[in-house]
Design a protein around this ligand. Structure first.
Ligand SMILES: NC(=O)c1ccc[n+]([C@@H]2O[C@H](COP(=O)([O-])OP(=O)(O)OC[C@H]3O[C@@H](n4cnc5c(N)ncnc54)[C@H](O)[C@@H]3O)[C@@H](O)[C@H]2O)c1
Length: 251
């Protein structure tokens, strides 16, 4: 277990905290002293943790996310914002209706912007804190099956968002992290899992018959936060593979 981070006296906001990776992060931040504000369509599971405040919120709603910001302000200074809520969808480019593209973009991309935006002025003024964007290996590497185009597009958009955010807050004492899990054992929909298997195989020689556990993802996240890393992945060779991809001139 990673011990070094002390979040005592700080608020950690996690969206999508009702399940999976977000729930694991909420517990980990609480264990390191934070008061955790767990936002989800259904925050019940997170709210059962001691020291975690659950708030029902939809990241598609400006009003809900303003409500999350207000609730956080009542709890104390915000030290961590983890924009983690996300949904999956399978389908090739031509098969995904525009309405579905819009839904995915609204949740996975604009939901992250709505989550982080309200907290930037105060966090910059304090000059400390972590801004975490839960992306995906799907945002870094091409899906060899071509079968998860809309989801992968949103996660690639988040990489662009996080890089620009990191540039904007450079020198302000804030750390931006792009978390890129591979296939992880959560209730995430089967369409993403099906892609995750092939995608993860393309990324690594490691067998993915056993998906990563939430604990492995959270351990990687905590180490990355302590080390101040921008890209947090679960493979040692991700940077090498990205460099090879850039050199290849191929999609
Ligand atoms: N599980 C994987 O294999 C995997 C791999 C890479 C990336 N990810 C990413 O990790 C993040 C968390 O996924 P997970 O695996 O923990 O899935 P999960 O399904 O266990 O948890 C997602 C949570 O987000 C919540 N949520 C969905 N839409 C929401 C909305 N509009 N507003 C608020 N909350 C909403 C759900 O209620 C759920 O509690 C997602 O962004 C996902 O894309 C997951």
């Amino acid at each position: 277990m990673v011990q070094q981070m002390d979040l005592d006296g700080q608020v950690a906001i996690v969206t999508g905290a009702g399940s999976g990776i977000g729930l694991g992060a909420a517990a980990a931040f609480r264990a390191r002293g934070a008061t955790v504000l767990a936002a989800d369509l259904d925050p019940t599971a997170a709210a059962e943790l001691d020291g975690v405040v659950g708030i029902e919120a939809d990241v598609r709603s400006d009003a809900d996310m303003a409500g999350v910001a207000d609730a956080a302000a009542d709890l104390g200074p915000v030290g961590v914002v983890m924009a983690n809520a996300g949904v999956a969808a399978g389908g090739r480019v031509e098969n995904v209706p525009i309405e579905e593209w819009q839904r995915l973009l609204d949740i996975n991309v604009l939901g992250v912007v709505r989550t982080i935006q309200p907290h930037l002025p105060a966090m910059r003024a304090r000059g400390a804190g972590h801004l975490i964007v839960t992306g995906s290996s799907a945002g870094l590497f091409t899906d060899p099956t071509g079968g998860n185009a809309a989801y992968a597009t949103t996660k690639a958009a988040l990489l662009g968002f996080a890089r620009n955010l990191a540039t904007q807050v450079d020198g302000d004492g804030l750390a931006v992290h792009y978390l890129a899990p591979r296939l992880t054992d959560t209730p995430f929909p089967v369409s993403a899992v099906a892609w995750g298997r092939s995608g993860a195989r393309a990324m690594s020689d490691r067998s993915v018959d056993g998906a990563d556990t939430v604990e492995q993802v959270i351990d990687a996240l905590l180490v990355g936060m302590v080390q101040g890393r921008f890209l947090i992945s679960l493979t040692d060779d991700t940077e090498d593979q990205l460099a090879a991809f850039a050199r290849s001139g191929q999609p």
